[in-house]
Design a protein around this ligand. Structure first.
Ligand SMILES: Cc1cc2nc3c(=O)[nH]c(=O)nc-3n(C[C@H](O)[C@H](O)[C@H](O)COP(=O)(O)OP(=O)(O)OC[C@H]3O[C@@H](n4cnc5c(N)ncnc54)[C@H](O)[C@@H]3O)c2cc1C
Length: 286
């Protein structure tokens, strides 16, 4: 999905009704959950879709608008006033210019993180629709979300356990952050996944970095390896679905982890190709 190909002509004005930091103050990462209300006709968006936020662009560079996508982090609700209430989570991004070493602020993420309650935002979409609840009520699901990649799975699980009582399959959620502080919706500020703790068929598994203070990456090999033979057996079953969301860099790391699990690159490449062809390996990376 290329941003420039998206049809953004249909726009809605939303009002920010809540903004909450969901990483602890001690964490160097600022991630906020924003609640937006869109008045008027229902804004339909399903878990697994994202909305387009149109932030003011850098006019000096001939860019009046700056479009970026954010995953829906909950099932949209209708308020008693008839507005649609949407939840997104946004990581405040900045970048070091590789040429001059200067730090720059990401445009849309800083715009969103700096908004205050009552501010208006222009949004468009929704876009994409990748993560579906399998028709088979006994299907097994492996959900892998790192950083803000957890947002679509928060929405997905809410939908699965609140409105799909027929589904009886097992779910494993691999949930990654460099440290426990960055484990979104599973830290001291917010522990939303605790509500699924009593579901015998649900398990959340943490993936963290071995060297968090040295900018170490999440150790996916350790997290995947921690479920070893059980996970291999799941991946070989005919009705297992693997859904993946987050930054692009997760793809290679997971491939390495699964190669280790399957003993050889050829075996894993073949199995993954079968899963992809059957629509049972679905990734939404950015
Ligand atoms: C389907 C999808 C779903 C997404 N869901 C979420 C979500 O739920 N939550 C979330 O937080 N994000 C999400 N994102 C990412 C989000 O869309 C934005 O990409 C992110 O917030 C950064 O946007 P920005 O405008 O702040 O940064 P930008 O200003 O657009 O900068 C982003 C990129 O530009 C480059 N860049 C910018 N400035 C510099 C510079 N000065 N020097 C060098 N390089 C520079 C960097 O390569 C960087 O990757 C999603 C993306 C996609 C495609």
């Amino acid at each position: 999905m290329r941003l420039q190909d998206l049809d953004t002509t249909d726009r809605r004005s939303a009002r920010l009704t809540s903004t909450e930091r969901i990483t602890p103050d001690e964490s160097p990462e600022e991630v906020r959950e924003l609640v937006l209300e869109i008045p008027g006709a229902a804004f339909e968006a399903s878990p697994g879709q994202s909305i387009g936020i149109i932030a003011p662009g850098e006019v000096a560079f001939g860019q009046a608008e700056h479009l970026r996508l954010y995953s829906v982090a909950d099932i949209p609700e209708r308020t008693s006033e008839g507005a649609t209430r949407l939840r997104i989570c946004v990581r405040r991004c900045d970048y070091i210019d590789p040429y001059n070493g200067e730090r720059y602020r990401g445009i849309a993420s800083n715009y969103l993180c700096d908004l205050t309650v009552g501010d208006r935002v222009t949004l468009t979409g929704p876009f994409g629709d990748l993560f579906h609840i399998p028709d088979d009520p006994e299907a097994a699901l492996i959900l892998i979300g790192a950083g803000t990649g957890i947002a679509p799975f928060r929405a997905f699980l809410m939908h699965l356990y609140r409105s799909q009582p027929r589904f009886g399959g097992e779910v494993k959620l691999f949930h990654g952050g460099r440290t426990g502080l960055e484990m979104l919706y599973r830290n001291d500020v917010r522990d939303d996944f605790a509500q699924f703790g009593d579901i015998a068929t649900f398990e959340a598994i943490e993936a963290v970095s071995e060297r968090p203070h040295w900018d170490g990456e999440i150790d996916w090999t350790k997290a995947i390896g921690s479920r070893g033979e059980e996970l291999r057996e799941w991946v070989l079953r005919p009705h297992t679905y693997i859904y993946l969301a987050g930054l692009e860099s997760i793809r290679d790391r997971l491939d390495s982890a699964f190669v280790k699990l399957f003993g050889s690159s050829e075996t894993w490449t073949r199995r993954k190709a079968e899963l992809v062809a059957g629509g049972r390996w679905v990734e939404w990376l950015y």
